[in-house]
Design a protein around this ligand. Structure first.
Ligand SMILES: *[C@@H]1O[C@H](CO)[C@@H](O)[C@H](O)[C@H]1NC(C)=O
Ligand SMILES: *[C@@H]1O[C@H](CO)[C@@H](O)[C@H](O)[C@H]1NC(C)=O
Ligand SMILES: *[C@@H]1O[C@H](CO)[C@@H](O)[C@H](O)[C@H]1NC(C)=O
Ligand SMILES: *[C@@H]1O[C@H](CO)[C@@H](O)[C@H](O)[C@H]1NC(C)=O
Ligand SMILES: *[C@@H]1O[C@H](CO)[C@@H](O)[C@H](O)[C@H]1NC(C)=O
Ligand SMILES: *[C@@H]1O[C@H](CO)[C@@H](O)[C@H](O)[C@H]1NC(C)=O
Ligand SMILES: *[C@@H]1O[C@H](CO)[C@@H](O)[C@H](O)[C@H]1NC(C)=O
Ligand SMILES: *[C@@H]1O[C@H](CO)[C@@H](O)[C@H](O)[C@H]1NC(C)=O
Length: 265
Protein backbone atom coordinates (compact mmCIF):
# COMPACT_ATOMS: atom_id res chain seq x y z
CA UNK A 1 0.00 0.00 0.00
CA UNK A 2 2.97 2.19 0.51
CA UNK A 3 4.01 1.70 -3.07
CA UNK A 4 0.69 3.15 -4.22
CA UNK A 5 1.11 6.43 -2.35
CA UNK A 6 4.66 6.53 -3.53
CA UNK A 7 3.68 6.32 -7.18
CA UNK A 8 1.01 8.95 -6.58
CA UNK A 9 3.62 11.32 -5.20
CA UNK A 10 5.87 10.32 -8.02
CA UNK A 11 3.16 11.21 -10.52
CA UNK A 12 2.59 14.57 -8.85
CA UNK A 13 6.28 15.22 -9.06
CA UNK A 14 6.40 14.43 -12.76
CA UNK A 15 3.36 16.60 -13.48
CA UNK A 16 5.01 19.40 -11.55
CA UNK A 17 8.17 18.97 -13.55
CA UNK A 18 6.27 19.04 -16.83
CA UNK A 19 4.47 22.21 -15.75
CA UNK A 20 7.77 23.81 -14.88
CA UNK A 21 9.30 22.88 -18.21
CA UNK A 22 6.29 24.26 -20.03
CA UNK A 23 6.09 27.46 -18.02
CA UNK A 24 4.95 30.34 -20.25
CA UNK A 25 8.30 32.03 -19.82
CA UNK A 26 9.84 29.59 -22.27
CA UNK A 27 12.83 31.87 -22.83
CA UNK A 28 13.93 31.37 -19.22
CA UNK A 29 15.99 28.34 -20.12
CA UNK A 30 19.43 29.03 -18.65
CA UNK A 31 21.18 27.41 -21.62
CA UNK A 32 19.83 30.22 -23.80
CA UNK A 33 20.63 33.18 -21.54
CA UNK A 34 24.11 33.65 -23.02
CA UNK A 35 22.84 33.64 -26.61
CA UNK A 36 19.72 35.77 -25.98
CA UNK A 37 21.67 38.48 -24.20
CA UNK A 38 24.34 38.84 -26.89
CA UNK A 39 22.98 42.02 -28.47
CA UNK A 40 23.71 45.65 -27.65
CA UNK A 41 21.38 48.65 -27.72
CA UNK A 42 21.74 51.27 -30.43
CA UNK A 43 19.45 54.14 -31.39
CA UNK A 44 20.43 56.52 -34.18
CA UNK A 45 24.03 57.71 -34.31
CA UNK A 46 24.36 59.14 -30.79
CA UNK A 47 23.68 56.01 -28.73
CA UNK A 48 25.40 52.88 -30.03
CA UNK A 49 26.64 49.53 -28.74
CA UNK A 50 25.25 49.97 -25.23
CA UNK A 51 25.64 46.95 -22.92
CA UNK A 52 24.77 45.89 -19.38
CA UNK A 53 23.42 47.27 -17.04
CA UNK A 54 21.30 48.67 -19.88
CA UNK A 55 19.03 46.65 -22.09
CA UNK A 56 16.68 47.60 -24.88
CA UNK A 57 12.97 47.48 -24.10
CA UNK A 58 12.61 44.64 -26.64
CA UNK A 59 15.13 42.29 -25.06
CA UNK A 60 14.25 39.89 -22.20
CA UNK A 61 14.20 41.30 -18.65
CA UNK A 62 17.12 39.15 -17.47
CA UNK A 63 19.47 40.81 -19.99
CA UNK A 64 19.62 44.07 -18.04
CA UNK A 65 19.05 45.76 -14.71
CA UNK A 66 15.36 46.66 -14.26
CA UNK A 67 16.21 50.35 -13.75
CA UNK A 68 18.18 50.58 -17.01
CA UNK A 69 15.63 49.90 -19.72
CA UNK A 70 16.22 52.01 -22.83
CA UNK A 71 13.50 52.70 -25.38
CA UNK A 72 14.27 53.83 -28.92
CA UNK A 73 11.73 55.83 -30.90
CA UNK A 74 12.34 54.63 -34.46
CA UNK A 75 10.78 57.75 -35.98
CA UNK A 76 12.99 60.26 -34.20
CA UNK A 77 15.97 58.17 -33.01
CA UNK A 78 15.31 59.49 -29.51
CA UNK A 79 16.36 57.26 -26.62
CA UNK A 80 14.44 57.46 -23.36
CA UNK A 81 14.76 55.95 -19.89
CA UNK A 82 12.38 56.05 -16.93
CA UNK A 83 13.78 57.04 -13.53
CA UNK A 84 11.48 57.36 -10.52
CA UNK A 85 8.43 57.42 -12.77
CA UNK A 86 9.76 60.28 -14.88
CA UNK A 87 10.73 59.91 -18.53
CA UNK A 88 14.12 61.30 -19.49
CA UNK A 89 15.69 61.68 -22.90
CA UNK A 90 19.14 60.10 -23.01
CA UNK A 91 21.63 62.40 -24.76
CA UNK A 92 24.83 60.47 -24.16
CA UNK A 93 26.06 57.31 -22.46
CA UNK A 94 29.68 56.62 -21.53
CA UNK A 95 30.14 53.05 -20.34
CA UNK A 96 33.80 53.59 -19.46
CA UNK A 97 33.02 56.34 -16.94
CA UNK A 98 29.59 54.87 -16.02
CA UNK A 99 27.94 58.21 -16.75
CA UNK A 100 25.10 59.44 -18.91
CA UNK A 101 23.58 62.80 -19.75
CA UNK A 102 19.81 63.03 -19.52
CA UNK A 103 17.12 65.68 -19.74
CA UNK A 104 13.49 65.57 -18.69
CA UNK A 105 11.39 64.70 -21.72
CA UNK A 106 8.70 67.19 -20.66
CA UNK A 107 11.33 69.96 -20.94
CA UNK A 108 12.35 68.88 -24.44
CA UNK A 109 8.72 69.26 -25.46
CA UNK A 110 8.23 72.76 -24.04
CA UNK A 111 10.70 74.88 -22.09
CA UNK A 112 8.84 74.59 -18.78
CA UNK A 113 8.33 71.24 -17.09
CA UNK A 114 4.87 70.04 -18.07
CA UNK A 115 4.62 67.54 -15.24
CA UNK A 116 4.31 69.09 -11.80
CA UNK A 117 6.94 66.80 -10.31
CA UNK A 118 10.31 67.68 -8.79
CA UNK A 119 13.27 65.96 -10.38
CA UNK A 120 14.54 63.17 -8.12
CA UNK A 121 16.96 60.33 -8.68
CA UNK A 122 17.00 56.87 -7.17
CA UNK A 123 20.11 57.54 -5.11
CA UNK A 124 20.68 53.84 -4.42
CA UNK A 125 21.54 53.52 -8.11
CA UNK A 126 22.47 57.01 -9.37
CA UNK A 127 24.38 60.09 -8.29
CA UNK A 128 25.03 63.43 -9.92
CA UNK A 129 28.24 63.06 -11.88
CA UNK A 130 29.25 66.66 -12.55
CA UNK A 131 28.60 70.25 -11.55
CA UNK A 132 24.96 71.21 -11.76
CA UNK A 133 22.59 73.89 -10.56
CA UNK A 134 19.03 73.48 -9.36
CA UNK A 135 16.52 75.66 -11.17
CA UNK A 136 13.04 76.23 -9.79
CA UNK A 137 10.00 76.92 -11.94
CA UNK A 138 7.15 78.68 -10.17
CA UNK A 139 3.67 78.27 -11.65
CA UNK A 140 0.56 80.31 -11.21
CA UNK A 141 2.24 83.29 -9.55
CA UNK A 142 0.19 86.42 -8.82
CA UNK A 143 1.90 89.14 -10.86
CA UNK A 144 1.56 91.76 -8.14
CA UNK A 145 3.87 89.72 -5.88
CA UNK A 146 6.84 89.62 -8.27
CA UNK A 147 7.44 93.18 -9.41
CA UNK A 148 10.28 93.68 -11.85
CA UNK A 149 10.41 90.06 -12.93
CA UNK A 150 9.00 88.99 -16.24
CA UNK A 151 7.34 85.64 -16.68
CA UNK A 152 8.83 83.22 -19.18
CA UNK A 153 6.78 82.15 -22.13
CA UNK A 154 6.17 78.44 -22.36
CA UNK A 155 2.50 77.81 -22.93
CA UNK A 156 1.43 78.38 -19.32
CA UNK A 157 0.77 81.83 -17.91
CA UNK A 158 2.57 83.30 -14.93
CA UNK A 159 5.58 81.03 -14.94
CA UNK A 160 8.82 82.32 -13.41
CA UNK A 161 12.18 80.62 -13.04
CA UNK A 162 14.94 81.12 -10.46
CA UNK A 163 18.25 79.49 -9.70
CA UNK A 164 18.14 77.41 -6.51
CA UNK A 165 15.34 75.67 -4.69
CA UNK A 166 12.23 77.64 -3.83
CA UNK A 167 8.99 76.71 -2.18
CA UNK A 168 5.83 77.78 -4.03
CA UNK A 169 5.17 80.70 -1.67
CA UNK A 170 2.29 82.70 -3.08
CA UNK A 171 2.50 80.83 -6.40
CA UNK A 172 0.56 77.65 -7.11
CA UNK A 173 3.39 75.17 -7.55
CA UNK A 174 7.16 74.88 -7.71
CA UNK A 175 9.12 72.35 -9.75
CA UNK A 176 12.87 71.77 -9.43
CA UNK A 177 15.07 70.85 -12.38
CA UNK A 178 18.85 70.29 -12.31
CA UNK A 179 20.94 71.83 -15.06
CA UNK A 180 24.50 71.06 -16.12
CA UNK A 181 26.99 73.80 -15.30
CA UNK A 182 29.37 74.46 -18.16
CA UNK A 183 32.16 76.92 -18.84
CA UNK A 184 29.82 79.65 -20.05
CA UNK A 185 28.36 80.08 -16.59
CA UNK A 186 24.89 78.61 -16.75
CA UNK A 187 24.76 78.78 -12.98
CA UNK A 188 23.81 82.42 -12.67
CA UNK A 189 21.23 84.48 -14.43
CA UNK A 190 19.91 83.10 -17.67
CA UNK A 191 17.83 85.17 -20.08
CA UNK A 192 14.73 83.75 -21.67
CA UNK A 193 16.41 83.21 -25.04
CA UNK A 194 19.21 81.18 -23.54
CA UNK A 195 16.95 79.23 -21.22
CA UNK A 196 15.88 76.61 -23.74
CA UNK A 197 19.46 75.83 -24.64
CA UNK A 198 20.59 75.66 -21.04
CA UNK A 199 17.77 73.41 -19.92
CA UNK A 200 18.11 71.11 -22.90
CA UNK A 201 21.73 70.39 -22.06
CA UNK A 202 20.31 68.24 -19.28
CA UNK A 203 22.55 66.96 -16.50
CA UNK A 204 25.02 64.16 -15.95
CA UNK A 205 24.50 61.21 -13.67
CA UNK A 206 26.71 58.28 -12.69
CA UNK A 207 25.39 54.79 -12.05
CA UNK A 208 26.73 52.85 -9.11
CA UNK A 209 25.74 49.27 -9.83
CA UNK A 210 26.99 46.38 -11.95
CA UNK A 211 30.56 47.63 -12.34
CA UNK A 212 32.92 45.05 -10.83
CA UNK A 213 30.60 42.06 -11.04
CA UNK A 214 30.10 42.69 -14.75
CA UNK A 215 33.79 43.37 -15.47
CA UNK A 216 34.71 40.08 -13.80
CA UNK A 217 32.04 38.29 -15.80
CA UNK A 218 33.19 39.70 -19.14
CA UNK A 219 36.81 38.87 -18.31
CA UNK A 220 35.74 35.25 -17.86
CA UNK A 221 34.14 35.33 -21.35
CA UNK A 222 30.61 35.56 -19.96
CA UNK A 223 27.79 38.01 -20.59
CA UNK A 224 26.29 40.05 -17.80
CA UNK A 225 22.68 39.63 -16.82
CA UNK A 226 20.31 40.23 -13.94
CA UNK A 227 19.25 37.72 -11.30
CA UNK A 228 15.73 38.67 -10.18
CA UNK A 229 15.80 36.18 -7.28
CA UNK A 230 18.78 37.85 -5.65
CA UNK A 231 18.30 41.32 -7.21
CA UNK A 232 21.87 41.42 -8.42
CA UNK A 233 24.15 41.22 -11.42
CA UNK A 234 24.96 37.69 -12.56
CA UNK A 235 26.95 36.06 -15.36
CA UNK A 236 25.69 33.97 -18.29
CA UNK A 237 28.11 31.43 -19.75
CA UNK A 238 28.12 29.63 -23.11
CA UNK A 239 28.70 26.27 -21.38
CA UNK A 240 27.65 24.75 -18.04
CA UNK A 241 27.22 26.16 -15.50
CA UNK A 242 25.15 28.49 -17.62
CA UNK A 243 24.55 30.92 -14.77
CA UNK A 244 27.31 31.76 -12.29
CA UNK A 245 29.23 34.68 -10.82
CA UNK A 246 31.95 34.17 -13.41
CA UNK A 247 32.37 31.56 -16.12
CA UNK A 248 34.84 28.73 -15.59
CA UNK A 249 37.88 29.18 -17.82
CA UNK A 250 37.96 26.63 -20.62
CA UNK A 251 40.34 23.66 -20.87
CA UNK A 252 43.50 25.83 -20.83
CA UNK A 253 43.19 26.17 -17.08
CA UNK A 254 45.88 23.92 -15.61
CA UNK A 255 44.96 21.59 -12.74
CA UNK A 256 45.18 23.29 -9.40
CA UNK A 257 44.70 26.64 -11.09
CA UNK A 258 40.99 26.27 -11.63
CA UNK A 259 39.14 29.46 -10.76
CA UNK A 260 36.43 28.71 -8.26
CA UNK A 261 33.11 30.32 -9.03
CA UNK A 262 31.40 32.19 -6.27
CA UNK A 263 34.41 34.02 -4.92
CA UNK A 264 33.33 37.34 -6.39
CA UNK A 265 30.65 39.60 -4.99
C1 LIG B 1 17.98 57.19 -37.38
O1 LIG B 1 19.21 56.50 -37.35
C2 LIG B 1 19.42 55.69 -38.49
C3 LIG B 1 20.70 54.90 -38.27
O2 LIG B 1 21.74 55.72 -37.85
C4 LIG B 1 19.49 56.59 -39.74
O3 LIG B 1 19.64 55.77 -40.87
C5 LIG B 1 18.19 57.38 -39.84
O4 LIG B 1 18.27 58.30 -40.92
C6 LIG B 1 17.92 58.15 -38.55
N1 LIG B 1 16.62 58.80 -38.62
C7 LIG B 1 16.40 60.03 -38.16
C8 LIG B 1 15.00 60.53 -38.25
O5 LIG B 1 17.31 60.73 -37.70
C1 LIG C 1 3.65 56.85 -12.09
O1 LIG C 1 2.93 57.70 -12.98
C2 LIG C 1 1.69 57.20 -13.38
C3 LIG C 1 1.09 58.10 -14.42
O2 LIG C 1 1.54 59.42 -14.29
C4 LIG C 1 0.79 57.05 -12.14
O3 LIG C 1 -0.45 56.53 -12.51
C5 LIG C 1 1.48 56.14 -11.13
O4 LIG C 1 0.70 56.08 -9.94
C6 LIG C 1 2.87 56.62 -10.80
N1 LIG C 1 3.55 55.65 -9.96
C7 LIG C 1 4.28 55.99 -8.91
C8 LIG C 1 4.93 54.88 -8.16
O5 LIG C 1 4.44 57.15 -8.57
C1 LIG D 1 29.32 61.85 -25.32
O1 LIG D 1 30.32 61.48 -24.40
C2 LIG D 1 31.58 61.20 -25.01
C3 LIG D 1 32.49 60.68 -23.93
O2 LIG D 1 32.40 61.43 -22.77
C4 LIG D 1 32.10 62.46 -25.67
O3 LIG D 1 33.33 62.19 -26.31
C5 LIG D 1 31.08 62.94 -26.70
O4 LIG D 1 31.50 64.16 -27.24
C6 LIG D 1 29.73 63.12 -26.06
N1 LIG D 1 28.75 63.43 -27.08
C7 LIG D 1 27.89 64.42 -26.95
C8 LIG D 1 26.91 64.59 -28.06
O5 LIG D 1 27.90 65.15 -25.98
C1 LIG E 1 19.64 70.39 -5.57
O1 LIG E 1 18.45 70.01 -4.89
C2 LIG E 1 18.56 68.80 -4.15
C3 LIG E 1 17.23 68.54 -3.50
O2 LIG E 1 16.25 68.33 -4.44
C4 LIG E 1 19.64 68.91 -3.11
O3 LIG E 1 19.80 67.68 -2.43
C5 LIG E 1 20.96 69.27 -3.80
O4 LIG E 1 21.98 69.46 -2.83
C6 LIG E 1 20.80 70.53 -4.63
N1 LIG E 1 22.05 70.73 -5.37
C7 LIG E 1 22.65 71.89 -5.49
C8 LIG E 1 23.89 71.94 -6.30
O5 LIG E 1 22.20 72.90 -4.98
C1 LIG F 1 -3.75 79.10 -8.93
O1 LIG F 1 -4.65 78.06 -8.54
C2 LIG F 1 -5.94 78.54 -8.18
C3 LIG F 1 -6.73 77.36 -7.64
O2 LIG F 1 -6.56 76.23 -8.43
C4 LIG F 1 -6.59 79.15 -9.40
O3 LIG F 1 -7.88 79.68 -9.03
C5 LIG F 1 -5.73 80.31 -9.88
O4 LIG F 1 -6.28 80.86 -11.07
C6 LIG F 1 -4.32 79.83 -10.15
N1 LIG F 1 -3.50 80.98 -10.47
C7 LIG F 1 -2.92 81.14 -11.66
C8 LIG F 1 -2.20 82.41 -11.85
O5 LIG F 1 -2.95 80.25 -12.51
C1 LIG G 1 9.44 70.62 -5.00
O1 LIG G 1 10.29 70.83 -3.91
C2 LIG G 1 10.06 72.06 -3.21
C3 LIG G 1 11.12 72.21 -2.16
O2 LIG G 1 11.28 71.03 -1.43
C4 LIG G 1 8.65 72.02 -2.62
O3 LIG G 1 8.38 73.24 -1.93
C5 LIG G 1 7.65 71.84 -3.76
O4 LIG G 1 6.32 71.75 -3.25
C6 LIG G 1 7.97 70.60 -4.56
N1 LIG G 1 7.13 70.54 -5.75
C7 LIG G 1 6.36 69.49 -6.05
C8 LIG G 1 5.59 69.59 -7.32
O5 LIG G 1 6.30 68.51 -5.35
C1 LIG H 1 20.62 85.70 -23.98
O1 LIG H 1 21.56 84.64 -23.83
C2 LIG H 1 22.12 84.22 -25.06
C3 LIG H 1 22.99 82.98 -24.77
O2 LIG H 1 23.38 82.91 -23.45
C4 LIG H 1 22.92 85.37 -25.65
O3 LIG H 1 23.51 84.97 -26.87
C5 LIG H 1 22.01 86.55 -25.88
O4 LIG H 1 22.76 87.67 -26.31
C6 LIG H 1 21.27 86.94 -24.60
N1 LIG H 1 20.24 87.91 -24.89
C7 LIG H 1 20.05 89.00 -24.12
C8 LIG H 1 18.93 89.89 -24.55
O5 LIG H 1 20.72 89.22 -23.14
C1 LIG I 1 14.11 42.10 -5.03
O1 LIG I 1 13.42 43.29 -5.34
C2 LIG I 1 11.99 43.17 -5.29
C3 LIG I 1 11.38 44.47 -5.79
O2 LIG I 1 12.09 45.58 -5.37
C4 LIG I 1 11.59 42.84 -3.85
O3 LIG I 1 10.19 42.68 -3.78
C5 LIG I 1 12.28 41.55 -3.43
O4 LIG I 1 11.99 41.28 -2.06
C6 LIG I 1 13.79 41.65 -3.60
N1 LIG I 1 14.39 40.35 -3.34
C7 LIG I 1 15.52 40.20 -2.63
C8 LIG I 1 16.01 38.81 -2.47
O5 LIG I 1 16.13 41.17 -2.16
Amino acid sequence: MNSQSFSFLHLLFIINLLLLLQSPDASSNPEQFYETCGGTFSCGNAITGIRYPFRGSNSPPYCGHPSFVLTCDDQSNVTTIDIMNMTYRVLNISQTTQTMRIVREDIMEGTCPQEMVNTTLDYSIFDYASMYTNFTFLYGCPESKLPGLSPISCGNNGVYTFPGIQSPGSCNASVMVPVLVTGDGAGGSVNATGLDQVLQRGFEIRWKIGGKACTDCVKSKGRCGYNFDGNRTTCFCPDPPYVSDTCPMASEASPGNTPSPGTYT
